[in-house]
Design a protein around this ligand. Sequence first.
Ligand code: KET
Length: 497
Amino acid sequence: MASAAFAVSSPAASAVAARSKARPAYSPPPQLLPILPPGLNISCVTAWWFVDARRCLGEEGARGGRDAAWGSRGRLANYAKNFGRVMMALAVDVSRFEGVPMAPPDPILGVSEAFKADTNDLKLNLGVGAYRTEELQPYVLNVVKKAEKLMLERGENKEYLPIEGLAAFNKATAELLFGADNPVIKQGLVATLQALSGTGSLRLAAAFIQRYFPEAKVIISSPTWGNHKNIFNDARVPWSEYRYYDPKTVGLDFEGMIADIEAAPEGSFVLLHGCAHNPTGIDPTPEQWEKIADVIQEKKHMPFFDVAYQGFASGSLDEDAFSVRLFVKRGMEVFVAQSYSKNLGLYAERIGAINVVCSAPEVADRVKSQLKRLARPMYSNPPIHGAKIVANVVGDPTMFGEWKQEMEQMAGRIKNVRQKLYDSLSAKDKSGKDWSFILRQIGMFSYTGLNKTQSDNMTDKWHVYMTKDGRISLAGLSLAKCDYLADAIIDSFHNVN
Ligand code: KET
């Protein structure tokens, strides 16, 4: 068969296939089969692959990132395979996209797509971390509606923002994060750029690291929010993991975490979740944060916080900024990515910021100028609507108070659901298993400890949509559905391996 001949024509391609079962096998387009005499065409194309792949590696081979995680042989093979597909498409005049394979669904956002396609009435979407009301409906905060009404009444325009975003937003967001009285703000030590929510802020910082710290590595917690790895891969920033979660205690592996941060090459970037660690819901204690800061300082690492849940973990903006402020108080230079998706419910507005605390105002100016330089060719300037909402809400004492109240209510509803789920599990499960870890976790999620097969059972049998790492979003759960969910979890935990 021509397809079999094709499969063995490149040892590199078969190495990739062996390494990645997830990738679908390549079968040549039907138009190709009759015109491919098994010898000549295949060896010509194979030769092309390697000539061009070598050129590509020569230019980019030293860049790390994905290469480091993948190995240059894997990269060569993957490149060769894709290049080969493109050359084939050109040669036989089929679609130029013949070389574009189907991407797998996103492990988090893909869950929502699968949920939508399910017609069962019992279905429950606990995949994406998005707040729902007790009726399981999306929620637009009243204070957001109020701010939007005001904006409409004022007839605000839609002119481009400057590259760094809305000045009033940048001021408000830095003050919210560090505290308005923080000396780093008063002394002009913070470079703040409005960016495309948490993800865009992280991506911008990753591009900055790739450009100005090409030798540095980022270390991220194991496990972490799935998109962190994508972000650093795409920015070609090498990363590795530090221990974080201990399945035995269903808690923090603090010793492992410290040891791994200590062992990382001096000057590494240490990615930390400011509060409400995603997916585990397990945060270090204040004493542990001090110790983490000690080690990072000793090793001259750069702390890099991802703050996507300020105010959502405890219900208090200040309490949830504790970790960041602790590092800043020590006089350390720090990166912080912020998001208003969750705490102000502005998911689709793509509003957030990247903040870099620097040692002197002129350093902050230089850093900011380079962040702007990176942003300009990527997306030019950020969107205005969400920035105005945040600036208006934070800048008006009445609306600021209303926001805090609504945030407390949202955090409170999640805490109630957490408690009820624990009660249901404890009452229904007669095995004696201790479910109290659910109460010790904080934030939007619970990390149930269910493995992939068990998580599949949750979806296939019970129509409960969740990520395959066993994470459930309690923000998508209602009190009324807790008993049902408890039945699903108990069944999956005890009856599925
Ligand atoms: N950081 C963390 C830790 C995080 O959980 C999210 C979103 C983000 C950043 C980015 O959010 P943004 O909307 O770009 O500001 N997490 C949820 C949604 C997603 O995966 O995009 C989630 O984990 O479900």
